[in-house]
Design a protein around this ligand. Structure first.
Ligand code: FE2
Length: 487
């Protein structure tokens, strides 16, 4: 949002509300606005989704958990950035041929205060907030809205600048902030942890140029923590991991000065390039840097090393930080114009043991890359993603893709123009199945039917279309990331 527009909004709240109510979204044939409509405060009770295509594979049993912003306005007060909406965690339980949806807001300190006041108060990623709102710690502004992690008995709602929040994995009721170890209360915990084949969880927590490294046992009971310094306070949303190394990608979107909200404090500094700090997992003091051309990114697929010690990282790159700075502010208010800036594309970084690193961009429009989780940190060929094309008539895309890095042959399904796709995740058919043998499970917003759908694909044959699709009797707001838990 530009400063001039912000000024306009500050003085014209009532006028804007009048315009919004005059504009009838109900007349729109493709109701994309449903993706940014505030969910019911009481959440969604367990609701059977209707089977509309195929049938559920008999051996697919478990729960797709997803998280995403679900509070966008109080009266005529809209959020200024998509990333600031209170998190709602959804579960879609697959069993006996059925898919059952439920969803609950994460009852964070921020949400409890704002629900009581019926207005946005906390400063956020791109939302200014009320200067009188007390911010005693990062968790006072925690929206818990980005992803989910299943560990031990807990389901965790993840954010990035503060604590994870514990939820009951069945009722989705909030149990409170997660403290991994007594001395780590309130220490940031990113929304993109990496899980080794043996269940060990690695994650980062970022504070300025200091990057905390978590190593957590598979059951969540033991936490080791260390620190590295990346020299600059860059924005870190995700990272990558091989069997031996953590790869901290330091992009040139860098904190300059305290000018809330967060996006106004940051500046695109392309002269700094995209640099990768390679950290030895067994000795955090053993590090080296690789340097690449300037790019913005949110998400990696992950990384691996080959027999020659070359490191490969697949990721979705943007040419610059325009998308993150805009933050879908107009979309939240129900107005859509095809963005002038570019979407992301699938890319591969290669870092040799010695010599120059390279970045190869494929031209394949992509976001939300996901891999077979059994291959986290290991050599693999497959990555699944949603398309990132920019459409004229509605936000988002209608396509999902798989790319085989060995053959470079893409596999694709197009749901059709009435759909907006969300992240799809890979679920292995069984523990010892080959890479890619399993299902791809994910949601779309059907803008014509005004309903959220969930789809199951044979993960290696997206082109065949969904094996099963279910439709909810309502649309819930678009989310960011999910995870799968076997029944
Ligand atoms: Fe993310």
């Amino acid at each position: 949002m530009s400063l001039s527009r912000r000024g306009f909004l500050a003085g014209s709240g009532a006028a804007l509300a009048a315009i919004s109510t005059q504009h009838s979204w109900a007349e729109s044939p493709l109701y994309w606005q449903a993706g940014w409509q505030t969910a019911p405060a009481e959440g969604y009770a367990s609701t059977d989704m209707t089977l509309i295509r195929g049938e559920l594979p008999a051996d697919l049993k478990g729960v797709l958990y997803r998280n995403g912003p679900a509070q966008f306005r109080y009266g005529d007060q809209y959020l200024d950035h998509w990333f600031d909406g209170d998190g709602m965690v959804h579960s879609i339980r697959f069993e006996d041929g059925r898919a059952v949806h439920s969803g609950q807001f994460v009852k964070t300190e921020k949400r409890i205060a704002e629900q009581a006041a019926q207005k946005f108060l906390a400063p956020g990623f791109g939302t200014l907030g009320d200067p009188s709102y007390p911010v005693s710690s990062a968790d006072a502004t925690n929206a818990a809205n980005t992803s989910v992690l299943r560990v031990g008995d807990d389901l965790l709602a993840l954010w990035e600048a503060g604590s994870a929040y514990r939820l009951d994995p069945v009722s989705l009721e909030t149990l409170g902030p997660k403290t991994w170890r007594g001395d780590l209360k309130g220490v940031p915990f990113l929304a993109h942890p990496k899980v080794e084949t043996n269940g060990t969880i690695w994650n980062l927590g970022v504070s300025g140029p200091n990057v905390g490294i978590y190593r957590i046992s598979a059951d969540g009971s033991q936490t080791d923590f260390g620190l590295v310094n990346i020299g600059v306070p860059a924005y870190i949303h995700d990272f990558a991991m091989t069997e031996r190394h953590l790869l901290i990608l330091v992009q040139p979107w860098i904190y300059q000065k305290q000018t809330p909200p967060f996006t106004n404090s940051m500046a695109w500094s392309p002269e700094q390039g995209l640099r990768v700090l390679i950290v030895d997992k067994s000795d955090f003091s053993n590090t080296r840097w690789a340097e690449l051309p300037p790019r913005f990114f949110f998400h990696t697929g992950d990384a691996w090393e080959d027999a020659d010690g070359r490191i490969f990282i697949d990721l979705a790159t943007y040419p610059d930080s325009q998308f993150v700075e805009q933050g879908e502010a107009d979309t939240i208010e129900g107005k859509y114009q095809k963005p002038a800036h570019s979407g992301a594309q699938m890319a591969m970084i290669m870092i040799p043991k010695k010599g120059e690193a390279s970045l190869t961009e494929t031209g394949l429009p992509a976001e939300f890359p996901r891999i077979d989780p059994r291959y986290q940190g290991q050599a693999r060929n497959q990555v699944w993603m949603i398309d990132s094309e920019q459409r004229d008539f509605a936000p988002g895309s209608s396509k999902i893709r798989r790319l085989d890095w060995q053959t470079m042959v893409p596999d694709m399904h197009d749901f059709g123009r009435e759909h907006m796709v969300e992240e799809h995740i890979f679920v292995p058919r069984h523990d010892s199945a080959q890479e890619g043998v399993g299902w791809l499970v994910g949601t779309t917003l059907n803008m014509k039917e005004r309903a959220t759908e969930v789809h199951v694909f044979d993960a290696m044959h997206l082109n065949d279309g969904p094996m099963a699709s279910f439709r909810a009797p309502y649309a819930w707001p678009l989310g960011f990331h999910g995870t799968w838990a076997d029944a």
